[in-house]
Design a protein around this ligand. Structure first.
Ligand SMILES: [Ca+2]
Ligand SMILES: [Ca+2]
Ligand SMILES: [Ca+2]
Length: 183
């Protein structure tokens, strides 16, 4: 059974990814986010950058969300998403940890738009903006995570926060706020 706090965090992640807020996470939410990011960056449809950002977002859907779609209707509801997380938990810590690293590696690559191996404050704000989330929440989340206040997050640091988010049941770990406040 997922803890109360874990259910709240996962529900937050679900709401974050449900771009049009219709209660389903679908391929179209991911595609719309990719289009938003491309528009924010001024990447024209058909350009290499556009195709790359679209491919990454569709891959996120295919790899990490579609497996949750138990009834195969092309839509993931919160219950399906929580069920998948619970199933992964039952497979044990090592398996789950590997999945979490794999997931947050991929998330990192969607946020690090210039591919320099670090997430800047601006890239984090773009990440929220593209998903239709208030960028003030990105500012707050980033400030919590950027301990040395250099305005950058390295990949290894981000993966640490990702495992905080997905595995740690403590209420006050920094990684809990990755996608904004969860309660
Ligand atoms: Ca949706
Ligand atoms: Ca479904
Ligand atoms: Ca970067």
């Amino acid at each position: 059974m997922l803890s109360d706090i874990m259910q709240k965090k996962l529900a937050r992640h679900f709401t974050f990814r449900d771009l049009n807020k219709d209660g389903y996470v679908e391929r179209s939410d991911w595609e719309q986010c990719a289009r938003n990011l491309a528009a924010l960056r001024g990447w024209e449809p058909g350009s290499a950058e556009y195709q790359e950002v679209m491919a990454r977002h569709v891959a996120m859907w295919n790899t990490f969300w579609l497996p949750a779609d138990q009834d195969q209707d092309g839509k993931v509801i919160l219950e399906e998403y929580l069920y998948l997380a619970e199933t992964q938990r039952r497979l044990g810590f090592t398996y789950e940890m590997r999945q979490v690293i794999y997931l947050f590696e991929a998330i990192f690559d969607t946020i690090d738009l210039d591919g320099d191996g670090e997430i800047t404050r601006d890239e984090y704000k773009l990440f929220f903006e593209a998903w239709g989330i208030d960028t003030n929440l990105a500012e707050a989340a980033f400030s919590r995570m950027d301990f040395n206040e250099d305005g950058r997050l390295a990949r290894s640091t981000f993966l640490q926060y990702g495992s905080n988010f997905y595995i740690n049941d403590e209420p006050d770990v920094v990684g809990n706020y990755l996608f904004g406040p969860y309660q």
